[in-house]
Design a protein around this ligand. Structure first.
Ligand code: LMR
Length: 326
């Protein structure tokens, strides 16, 4: 079987290295499919990458056929089938969102061009590095020969956070909750929507108090990343890596019947009136290998519409800041 080439940028960082060992172990494509890892990071991280390569060797993963460790973009992106774009300029104290967007603006155009020029033309891309939705837009726009549907950004972490919190509130199993949605940006404006969510087939909205939903649940999901950072002085690591793998697996193997996942995808032509030309998180089903569709026909009430628009507006203003990079 031909190995799948999987690129991880920022491979020496906390999320990147959590991904590296899981992909090598077969978590992405199962226990038959060989993989070749492409580990890419900036020059100063080279010793970490080399150490990671030594440890990968020590694990003797049977599916891992080769490891390409490099700080050269053409080598890193060469022939890759899957690209996890994790590395991004981290937010530092005192930085505004605009500063972060501009700093990352230097990274993602080059990665889009490299995907365009060197990757497998059928590559699938998951952007994890923040601000993920707008970084995804920059990347896709700099890869004009690829289709915008080959690019996605991670909101599965938010989706799973929401399901976890609902399950805890309802004293239920996470597997009993379906049709939960994250709309919008992976940021404090994202909208965790329970209006279509079901618990064992019953509407979740009939089981919980709207006041709790609005005042506790929504801000808790929106702020979970910042809260983790506040509590332990470091952003989410393993949960981000695991949800990145779950995001890709839903895309590759398909979503469960009667359920969907949240994923930031290209908004042009979406059925909910969200502005075109953004990467916006929608409820999405995947039913054949590496294809997805935005779930159609969901009724959107006034509250939901207002919340969806707030996140849309934030994405539009992010796009305005980096327009010269598109
Ligand atoms: C998260 O949601 O945990 C992260 O995206 C937060 C961050 O800024 O790293």
């Amino acid at each position: 079987m031909k190995p799948m080439r999987v690129l991880i940028t920022g491979a020496a960082g906390h999320v990147g290295s959590s991904l590296v060992y899981r992909v090598a172990a077969g978590d992405l494509f199962g226990l038959q499919q060989p993989v070749i890892l492409h580990l890419y990071d900036i020059d100063k991280m080279l010793p970490e990458l080399q150490g990671e390569m030594m440890e990968l060797g020590d694990c003797a993963f049977p599916l891992l056929k080769d490891v390409v460790v490099t700080t050269e973009i053409d080598e890193a992106f060469g022939d890759v089938d899957v690209a996890f774009l994790v590395g991004a300029f981290p937010r530092k104290k005192g930085m505004e969102r605009r500063d972060l967007l501009e700093a990352n603006g230097k990274i993602f155009p080059a990665q889009g061009k490299a995907l365009n020029d060197y990757a497998n033309p059928d590559v699938r891309v998951v952007v994890v590095g923040n601000p993920a939705n707008t970084n995804c837009l920059i990347t896709a726009k700099n890869a004009p020969d690829l289709d915008p549907s080959q690019f996605t950004a991670l909101t599965r972490l938010d989706h799973n956070r929401g399901i976890g919190m609902l399950a805890s509130k309802l004293d239920a199993y996470v597997s009993d909750i379906t049709r939960f949605t994250i709309w919008g940006n992976h940021s404090g404006t994202q909208f965790p929507d329970i209006s279509h969510a079901l618990f064992k087939g019953k509407p979740v909205s009939e089981l919980i108090d709207f006041d709790w939903y609005e005042k506790d649940f929504i801000p808790a999901v929106q702020q979970r990343g910042s809260e983790i950072l506040r509590v332990r002085g470091m952003s989410s690591t393993v949960s981000a890596a695991i949800c990145t793998i779950k995001h890709f697996k839903s895309w590759y193997y398909g979503t469960n019947e009667d359920d969907w996942v949240s994923k930031a995808v290209y908004s042009t032509g979406n059925p909910y009136g969200i502005e075109d030309d953004l990467y916006y998180s929608f409820p999405v089903t995947c039913d054949s290998e590496l294809a997805y569709s935005i779930v159609e026909g969901l009724e959107i009430n006034e509250f939901c519409e207002k919340m969806m628009k707030i996140s849309e507006q934030e994405l539009i203003s992010e796009r305005d800041i980096i327009r010269d990079l598109l």
